[in-house]
Write a protein that binds this ligand. Sequence first.
Ligand SMILES: Nc1nc2c(ncn2[C@@H]2O[C@H](COP(=O)(O)OP(=O)(O)O)[C@@H](O)[C@H]2O)c(=O)[nH]1
Ligand SMILES: [Mg+2]
Length: 305
Amino acid sequence: MSENVFNKWKTGLARTRKTTFGRIANMLGASEIDADTWDDLEALFIQADMGLETTEELIEALKAAQQKDGLTRTDELRETIKSELVARLDAPPNLNMDARPSVILVVGVNGSGKTTNLAKLGQRFQQQGKKIVFGAADTFRAAAIEQLQIWGERLNIPVIAGQPEGDPGAVAYDTVQAAIARKADIAFIDTAGRLHTRFNLMEELKKVQRVCGKALPGAPHAVWLVMDATTGQNALHQARAFKDAVGVTGVILAKLDSSARGGMAFAIQRELGLPILFAGLGEKAEDLAPFAPEAFIEGILADFQ
Ligand SMILES: Nc1nc2c(ncn2[C@@H]2O[C@H](COP(=O)(O)OP(=O)(O)O)[C@@H](O)[C@H]2O)c(=O)[nH]1
Ligand SMILES: [Mg+2]
């Protein structure tokens, strides 16, 4: 990883570091490890949105390591905390983009960062030599279609759109057809994040998913959920609904740079069981980075030694 990308992670995780994880170092001094040590660590991990299960598992692992290695002073826990955190984050799996076109549905609640990150993804894969098509299947708001069209013009990526309030399934179908006709490598399809009810939204997304399969057997090849890193536990509840409805295959963790809740990354992987593929580290098109566990850990714990 380049110095530049590494620094982007470090800067992007500054809030999470300052608000929570960075405080671990201050808690660990030359004092004896006692019940308070565990309570304080537990409170901090929960506050950092690591999730209850992950926190408990982590505390148990730390206690076990303390016993095994005969640690007595709190500062002796530092390396163990670091290695136990590292052990709880996975690198993203290799993306399978063999299908041509590969159809990728981008889902998530309103405002989570779908359209912005879809544009970032388009730019990223375009720079790798892929031919991209965007589908504007968030027909619920006219502004959403325009927003994607503006990105499309800026990046020189064709945008397949329908009428505002139109049928998102029809847009998805047209997008897949257009991707086939243009011999595109990847079609990214933007979807609505809000309808009159959550039930309607999930039913609509299922329909969009089915329609993609009609236009091209096997499509969509992936469903990526954009999660807003500033919303913490709430985002985890919402994610479960998307996972149940449309079988999410990976997460894009947006807005890490404006979040103090980066600890969510652990809960996403351990409690939702979803891989984090990319993280949003800013609003610009180039501020999308493949998820990098080592850089993430360095980012939340910098100055920890
Ligand atoms: N700081 C920051 N802002 C982001 C990021 N991703 C999206 N945003 C902002 O979040 C807001 C909502 O994004 P948008 O893509 O419209 O969300 P959508 O409703 O899910 O399509 C916009 O102002 C984006 O610029 C990110 O990674 N970092
Ligand atoms: Mg949008």
